[in-house]
Design a protein around this ligand. Sequence first.
Ligand SMILES: Nc1ncnc2c1ncn2[C@@H]1O[C@H](COP(=O)(O)OP(=O)(O)O)[C@@H](O)[C@H]1O
Ligand SMILES: [Mg+2]
Length: 349
Amino acid sequence: MVSHSPGQNNTLELISLSKHYSATSIAVDSIDLKVPTNHYCCLLGPSGCGKTSTLRMVAGHEVVTSGDILLGDKNITNASAAERGTAMMFQSYALFPHLSSLDNVAFSLKMRGVSKAERHQQAAALLERVAMSAYAQRFPSELSGGQQQRIALARALIMQPRVLLLDEPLSALDPFLRIQMRAELRHWQKELGLTFIHVTHSQEEAMALADTMVVMNHGRIEQSGSPQEVFNRPASEFVARFMGGHNILKNAQGLVAVRSDKMSVHDSVSGSEQPRIEADLVDIEFQGTFSLLAFAPKTPGSETISVMLPEHQVKPEWRAGQTYHLQWAEADSHPLGKTTAPQRSPIAA
Ligand SMILES: Nc1ncnc2c1ncn2[C@@H]1O[C@H](COP(=O)(O)OP(=O)(O)O)[C@@H](O)[C@H]1O
Ligand SMILES: [Mg+2]
């Protein structure tokens, strides 16, 4: 029923893909990206960086300015939205309030003129697939957020897509439900064996979900890779700052990133071979499982350094205003390349 046929090649490839809304509004600037078949891919970046425009071009809801979109071995750049093998799952699900779960799921088949008996049969099979058969006659207002998400998923799947596109699907939910629902999305992606492209501005969400994480900035791709690769070895200053959890330091070679949890605090210098910085303690914040310490380096013009320590490593005698030595292993300092995005101000909305 669902499109998944084992061995089908659902690799999605974007080649020099651009979207210019006008001469001055360049939303997507010649991006190249290959999402391996049946990967969970998250497009991540700040508001306005071109995530939705990219997704809408893949969906066929936006005309491509230049470049190509390949799905499997087919060029789908100019295929109609209905014919290209993609389906969108919308933010807050956009279910029709006056239709039952079954009719919501069957809706696109109705639009295609499929008979009532046939579309109800297909919709019922999909409801079973997402464990929602018992709710077929309920209206969206009679369903929990999680149940609505499953109906929205079934509704997108009825077109038998090879790639499911999700634009900030979890952003309208409260934090508790969001974590529950992202685990569900991950489960269904594995269960269905489809390629998912999920747009988010949340680093945490992308890291929790993605096989491949793509960090965008000003219409360009700054870095793509596994969440571990991107978090542990940010390629540029932008990625290090956007992902958070890193300190950006200047050494003789240029800028380097050192994770906050890879730094240690000492009253006096030890292990003189290790890189170190002398800094004044500014603040200690207790955060539950760890404490966050803020330091002002002695070197003028340096930015604040954060150190994340497990509670038991924070010495009770440490005081704000005192000077300490921060150290880290050479192997934990990662050189940062130049940002790939042109240095211009954010595109005006
Ligand atoms: N229909 C449009 N017409 C003109 N500019 C647009 C349109 N849609 C988006 N943009 C601009 O393109 C840029 C990228 O937008 P978008 O792809 O929505 O970013 P994101 O989803 O990452 O927030 C923004 O500067 C936005 O204002
Ligand atoms: Mg968007």
